[in-house]
Design a protein around this ligand. Structure first.
Ligand code: PMP
Length: 468
């Protein structure tokens, strides 16, 4: 806590804890604070950015809070003691109602892939909206099939058939149903600490109590999480995989529908799977007749830097891949890609999704693929992510509070603990630091079962100066 107090006083001295507008300081006092910032401390400055938003003339933060309380779900929550009202965004930056710029290191939960309001994505969507934005799959439209073709070209093996959905939950629901239909089995193995969605099947697969409501969730067995930091077998992937074998032997008929797993757990706190785990687990599941589903909702679309898809760094090829978030840079879109053989199960009945992959969303998706490619954003994620991870690791060497720094590319996690040996989650400190970072102009996400992990998943156009 001593170090936190030091951070506090540093921020206070440099005016970071004071509201930007309506401050009682005189201009001269403010100027002297700024000089003090520059001379006495090493607090980093925001990289220059050539855009100033026009004045905001919408409702005040207080009015929005009041309306949200009155008209929206009581289950809604927000980050920060004083919630942030974001009124505009450009690339890796967002602006509040006072025109203050923040560096967005969370990307709307790993969703903004190319950059907020990326012109090529915006133009593609607008162009499509003016032509036709909705028709359903009952009619032909080339936008949808062109994007499906482009999407399939990013995937290995026999992953050649696309089903479009509106969200990650829908994609995983569909994938789990296809696994069940294809194998004729019901049991699915997922990992503890995972997040796969909040509908009937996916809430069953999700394995964190705070995301599970008390309703019937059947047919999923939750394997020991191959978490190298907190897990019981450290980084021994094969030992963890033996639990999948045991679950199948002791908890099912010996035959299963499949396995679903994130390549890096996102909501669970950017947990990388122990090396060797996925190949061993896939092998066990396939021997029991199951298919393997890779949930790439967060780790897909170049985010992990070294590969376009997260599973590729584990050396496996799934039978079904699910995706959402980064696929549309913020436009609601999800997809399931699988083999022609597995895809065939849906022709047993009628399967229909009104909006799934409509022309507007797929125009966005196709533009995202072009931008990722043209702007070499995978390479950028690798370069900037590695740099940021190195610098975060240096901080870990300096501050006891940081228990672990992990992740790949621009999917990074920093876990805070009160005691490095006991790994006691430093939940209050995490919240406090997150709030302080917001005051400094940097937005990070939070996650992990104990709520003590910074999630750093910015738009992939994040620069080295942003990282610094
Ligand atoms: N899978 C993963 C890995 C996710 O992180 C999420 C959302 N956080 C989902 C599935 C569900 O996606 P959606 O919120 O779009 O339904």
């Amino acid at each position: 806590m001593r170090k936190l107090t030091a951070v506090n006083s540093l921020l206070k001295r440099n005016n970071y804890l004071l509201p930007r507008h309506g401050s009682s300081q005189t201009a001269a006092q403010r100027t002297s604070s700024v000089r003090e910032t520059e001379t006495e401390t090493k607090l980093p400055k925001m990289p220059p950015f050539n855009y100033s938003p026009p004045p905001y003339d919408g409702p005040s933060t207080a009015e929005i809070i009041a309306k949200r309380r009155e008209f929206l779900s009581p289950a809604l929550f927000h980050f920060y003691n004083t919630p942030l009202n974001i009124v505009e965004a450009k690339m890796q930056y967002v602006f509040d109602e006072n025109g203050r710029r923040y560096l967005d290191a969370f990307g709307g939960i790993a969703t903004v892939s190319c950059g907020h309001c990326h012109p090529e994505v915006v133009n593609s969507v607008v162009k499509q909206l003016k032509l036709i934005n909705h028709s359903t799959i009952l009619y032909l439209n080339h936008t949808i099939s062109d994007f499906a073709e482009a999407l399939v070209s990013t995937l290995p093996g026999d992953l050649k058939v696309v089903f479009f959905t509106n969200s990650g939950t829908e994609a995983n629901e569909l994938a789990m149903m296809m696994a069940r239909l294809y194998t004729g089995c019901n049991d699915i193995v997922s990992l503890r600490n995972s997040y796969h969605g909040n509908a009937a099947a996916t809430m069953g697969a999700t394995a964190q109590s705070n995301w599970k409501f008390n309703v019937v969730q059947s047919g999923v067995h939750h394997a020991i999480n191959p978490d190298p930091y907190r897990g019981i077998f450290g980084s021994d992937g094969e030992k963890y995989a033996s639990d999948v074998h045991d679950l199948i032997q002791f908890g099912t008929s010996g035959q299963v529908a499949g396995f679903i797993g994130e390549s890096i757990q996102g909501v669970g706190g950017i947990v990388e799977l122990a090396p060797g785990y996925l190949p061993a687990a896939y092998d066990i599941v396939r021997k029991a007749g199951g298919v393997c589903i890779a949930d790439e909702v967060q780790s897909g679309f170049a985010r992990t830097g070294t590969h376009f898809w997260g599973f590729q760094s584990h050396g496996v090829i799934p039978d079904i891949v699910t995706m959402a978030k980064g696929i549309g840079n913020g436009i609601p879109l999800g997809a399931v890609v699988t083999t022609p053989e597995i895809a065939g199960v849906l022709s047993r009945r009628s399967y229909f999704n009104t909006f799934g992959g409509n022309p507007m969303c797929t125009a966005a998706g196709h533009a995202v693929l072009r931008v990722l490619h043209e702007e070499k954003l995978q390479e950028n994620a690798n370069l900037v992510g590695s740099h940021l991870k190195r610098r975060l690791t240096l901080l870990k060497n300096k501050y006891e509070l940081i228990g672990d720094v992990r992740g790949r590319g621009l999917m990074l996690g920093v876990e805070f603990v009160k005691d490095r040996d006991l790994k006691t989650p430093a939940k209050a400190e995490t919240l406090h630091l997150m709030d302080q970072m917001k005051e400094m102009g940097v937005l990070v996400g939070k996650g992990g079962f104990y709520g003590n992990v910074f999630r750093i998943t910015p738009p992939l156009c994040f620069t080295l100066s942003d990282a610094d």
